[in-house]
Design a protein around this ligand. Structure first.
Ligand code: SF4
Length: 335
């Protein structure tokens, strides 16, 4: 019996395999990222969460090759970009973009909004003349900016408007992958929701894959399909968003989620908070064994000597966890 050839599997928008980024500093080595593997499917939003210093922004910088990994592989849309030269990367940059936390720092203050949004289209020779103007107007409309914004400079705009300009610029070349590093953290709370809504709508309409990096769990719950949790340079848990929020398995994830306020006061009053002891240790000298053991309320002797591997849990929902005390069937430890 012959089998029909199976359909080719589309490459992921982003694939990181064993990503390591160490920085040599006086007095040692900062192990910012230590063996991170993850994939973002086309059209998927993967949230990458963790406290500041967990290494999540360094992962983002390596993913778009604004930083060069010490070890490991970065593939964007199936192409290995890990060690490409700047020149070789240039034509590929159209396919991936980074949206920064602070749009003021990433937008040239001397340029008008029109020039900022048009620049990638010009650089990649995708449009010129009237067509270019038309594309810029369309992009500004798409991100909810008035046509007169085109003549303004970044300092004449509000924070929310500047982030809209960043999004218009990023989307101008129709990337397959967007890495958004805390894209709403620098905005007033009142405009965060509007920008998140816009981001979510654009992502759905345009279908780009996205690595959404944030410490804001409410934001990531709103936009992400799946979530990866980082602690001190490593991924400790990965799961679909709804499953992670409904039943976190790793004690660190449980602690992070227990700090997120719930809008219902009755539910909020009845919840138990998992309070972590102390601050995260320095990535200059991560603890032996499980890196979380000094702060973990469930730690046992084994945790102090043996690093837990990230393992896939059984069941229909694809989830991974790195904890000795999560049972084979996925039952987490009591906290
Ligand atoms: Fe806590 Fe041990 Fe699990 Fe680490 S391996 S999270 S220290 S219980």
């Amino acid at each position: 019996m012959t089998h029909a050839p199976s359909a080719p599997v589309a490459p992921s928008a982003l694939e990181l395999d064993g990503l390591v980024r160490h920085f040599a500093v006086r007095g040692g080595t900062v192990r910012a990222v230590d063996g991170v593997s993850l994939a973002v499917a086309r059209g998927e939003v993967l949230g990458l969460v963790g406290e500041s210093g967990s290494g999540k922004s360094t992962v983002g910088q390596c993913a778009v090759r604004l930083d060069r990994p010490t070890e490991g592989t970065v593939r964007v849309d199936g192409t290995d970009i890990t060690r490409l030269s700047r020149r070789a990367l240039r034509p590929l940059r159209r396919g991936f973009h980074l949206v920064f936390q602070d749009p003021s720092a990433s937008l040239d203050p001397r340029m008008t909004v029109e020039r900022i949004v048009a620049e990638p289209l010009r650089l990649h020779r995708l449009a010129h003349g009237e067509e270019l103007q038309g594309r810029v107007s369309e992009l500004l409309r798409l991100v909810g900016l008035r046509p007169e914004s085109a003549r303004r400079r970044p300092h004449e705009l509000s924070g929310g408007q500047r982030q809209r300009v960043s999004l218009a610029r990023a989307l101008s070349v129709e990337p397959r992958l967007l890495v958004a590093d805390e894209p709403t953290s620098a905005l007033d709370v009142s405009v965060q929701a509007a920008v998140l809504n816009l981001f979510s709508d654009l992502q759905r309409d345009r279908g780009f894959g996205c690595l959404f990096i944030t410490h804001d769990l409410s934001a990531v719950e709103f936009v992400a399909d799946r979530i990866a949790v980082m602690y001190l340079g490593e991924i400790v848990e990965q799961a679909p968003t709804a499953d992670l929020f409904a039943s976190p398995r790793h004690p660190y994830t449980a602690a992070l989620l227990s700090a997120v306020p719930v809008p219902d006061p009755a539910v909020e009053r009845s919840r138990r908070r998992v309070v972590l002891q102390g601050d995260p240790p320095s990535p200059l000298a991560p603890p032996a064994g499980c890196r979380f053991h000094e702060r973990c309320p469930a730690a046992v002797d084994r945790c102090r000597v043996e690093p837990p591997a990230l393992r896939t849990l059984p069941g229909p929902v694809p989830r991974q966890v790195a904890c000795h005390r999560v049972d084979e069937d996925g039952t987490p430890p009591q906290l």
